[in-house]
Ligand binder design. Structure first.
Ligand SMILES: [Zn+2]
Ligand SMILES: [Zn+2]
Length: 267
């Protein structure tokens, strides 16, 4: 099983989860907040086809995740897994759009596992200022991966040991607290981002790993980095320090770019 981010951050999010190969391959798309033509190009770079999806998932209603989700599910003729409370929160994910495009919508609920072929998917509700918002655990054969962005604090993930038994994790590392405080955002936006229902800071992400991760973790991708209130080098250093302090130096640490799949040299 592999996770590929195609876009990550407030200008749009999209990720692919794949397992198996050839005709047996299963592909899931999580969120579609960028132009479909752009997403299609990024998928092609990875040898993947956005028209051949087995399922489409929506984490939450914010436009950077949801704006093209219905169009994507329609084009791929794939079922769209999204929580019912997110319907009608914008025109793009309205009841009318779902029915006009003939979408096979399937409901999701916190902790309730469903299967997309051989991939088990478990939505985990997380604290964010769009209720409900979900992260996901993906399981395939003996591999477990987690995907958590858009959350104001990691407390429930730590308390429920959600990060404790993962081989791979994509985790938000949105902002550096000092850069956010000194930046040009209006006060209200700064407060929103740093609230318990906003986004994870570099330090909160580091704390989540220190308190929640286990030696099973092999690959960690930092995601949803702010382009104004963060810098890849700062986010990377902060997390590398946390990994070193936790005896997790073996973990491969990557950064998801705002646009495009992860390339080797990113810093
Ligand atoms: Zn977002
Ligand atoms: Zn959001």
């Amino acid at each position: 099983m592999q996770i590929h981010t195609l876009a990550s951050g407030s200008t749009g999010n999209c990720a692919l989860i794949t397992a198996g190969s050839g005709a047996q391959r299963t592909t899931i798309c999580l969120d579609a907040g960028i132009a479909l033509r752009t997403a299609r190009g990024f998928a092609e770079e990875l040898g993947l086809n956005l028209a051949e999806l087995d399922a489409v998932l929506l984490s939450h209603r914010h436009g950077d995740h949801s704006v093209n989700i219905v169009a994507l599910a329609a084009r791929a003729q794939a079922p769209l897994y999204m929580h019912r409370d997110n319907i009608d929160t914008s025109q793009k994910i309205s009841k009318g759009e779902l029915s006009r495009r003939n979408i096979d919508r399937r409901d999701i609920a916190d902790g309730k596992t469903f299967y997309v072929n051989d991939i088990a998917v478990t939505p985990i509700q997380i604290p964010h200022d769009a209720d409900p918002t979900f992260g996901f655990i993906f399981e395939y054969q003996d591999k477990r991966a987690g995907f958590f962005t858009d959350l104001g604090n990691p407390d429930s993930l730590i308390a429920n040991n959600t990060l404790g038994d993962l081989d791979e994790l994509v985790l938000e590392s949105n902002y550096d607290a000092e850069m956010l405080a000194n930046g040009r955002y209006p006060r209200a936006l700064k407060d929103r981002v740093s609230s318990d229902f906003g986004h994870l800071s570099n330090l909160q992400a580091a704390e989540a790993i220190q308190q929640g991760a286990s030696a099973r973790l092999k690959k960690l991708t930092l995601a949803h980095l702010s382009q104004k209130s963060n810098a890849p080098l700062i986010a990377h250093e902060c997390m590398q320090q946390a990994l070193n302090d936790s005896g997790l130096q073996h973990v491969e640490l990557l950064l998801a770019p705002a646009r495009g799949p992860i390339k080797a040299a990113q810093l």
